[in-house]
Design a protein around this ligand. Structure first.
Ligand code: T5A
Ligand code: NA
Length: 245
């Protein structure tokens, strides 16, 4: 079996510590002389990434379908270079990937669909809040489809954190989607994504407690990454797989 680099994705809610951990991890790989590269999505530096950045800062409005496709296109821009690097033996650390794409888009609901708002009957009497999840704006399967055939990660590390803990961290609330209600729906959607990843055998999905001290999180990440890097070096990973194929 041919040797190659491992493809590692770090996922989680906003402010769960992904970028902090990705930076620590890449330094550790480089200190160990393991060829490695850090990438992140959205990659805000490309022309498509600039449109995404402007949308996230609420400087522009875009149709929900259109922005979803742009997030996916932003990944496709790098897809062939990811495969090339992996085949050349480079470990790829990727800060968010297609799983964020599905979880964040499929959790969108119409702004008027407030789950807990009391509704009023035509006669004027109030109906008690139903606590029912409002219907999604974009169907789950539709959200998944543009990412079909992207290179599949060998390992996904999901930094799990409660939305109320994440919302206390620096910088929360500055961008679109950074509100607790949306993050709670995103967390549920990630659970569905994780089940599908496991059912379809798309690499390994590991849930780590992102609420722990920085160093504790780094150590649990390192023990998972060390093993998948070894598998790549020893030719145990096989060819790069494709998402949802
Ligand atoms: N999105 C993304 C989509 O809708 N579709 C897609 O396809 C994709 C790819 C921007 C938004 O885009 C959405 C999801 C997002 O809403 P982004 O650019 O990745 O995505 O967002 P960023 O703002 O860069 O990052 P996050 O908000 O997700 O934060 P991180 O990277 O998870 O957290 P980090 O490392 O910056 O840490 C946040 C703060 O917490 C502290 C850090 O020091 C920092 O202050 N911290 C900790 N504090 C205590 N204990 C720990 N263990 C800590 N770890 C970090
Ligand atoms: Na980040």
């Amino acid at each position: 079996m041919s040797k190659r680099g491992a493809f590692v994705v770090i996922e989680g809610l906003d402010r769960s510590g992904k970028s902090t951990q990705a930076e620590t991890l890449i330094k550790r790989l480089q200190a160990a002389d393991i060829p490695s590269k850090l990438i992140k999505f959205p990659d805000r530096s490309t022309p498509i990434g600039k449109l995404i950045d402007s949308y996230l800062r609420s400087e522009t409005e875009l149709d929900d379908h259109a922005i979803h496709l742009l997030f996916s296109a932003n990944r496709w821009e790098l897809a062939s270079s990811i495969v090339k690097d992996l085949e050349a033996g480079t470990v790829i650390i990727c800060d968010r990937y297609a799983f964020s794409g599905i979880a964040f888009s499929a959790s969108k609901v119409a702004p008027s669909a407030q789950p807990d708002a009391p509704t009023t009957t035509p006669t004027g009497s109030n109906i008690a809040p139903t606590h029912k999840t409002p219907p999604p704006l974009l169907p789950y399967s539709w959200c998944r489809s543009p990412d079909v055939s992207l290179p599949a990660p060998d390992l996904t590390l999901f930094l799990d954190i409660l939305p109320e803990v994440a919302s206390q961290r620096a910088g929360f609330g500055g961008e679109r989607y950074e509100n607790q209600e949306h993050q709670e729906r995103v967390r549920e959607l990630f659970e569905r994504v994780a089940e599908e990843v496991e059912a379809e055998g798309i690499g390994k999905w590991v849930v780590l407690n992102g609420g722990l001290e920085l160093q504790e999180v780094s150590e649990s990440i390192w023990s998972e990454v060390k093993e998948v890097v070894r598998q790549g070096v020893e030719g145990e990973l096989g060819n790069v797989k494709r998402l949802w194929d």
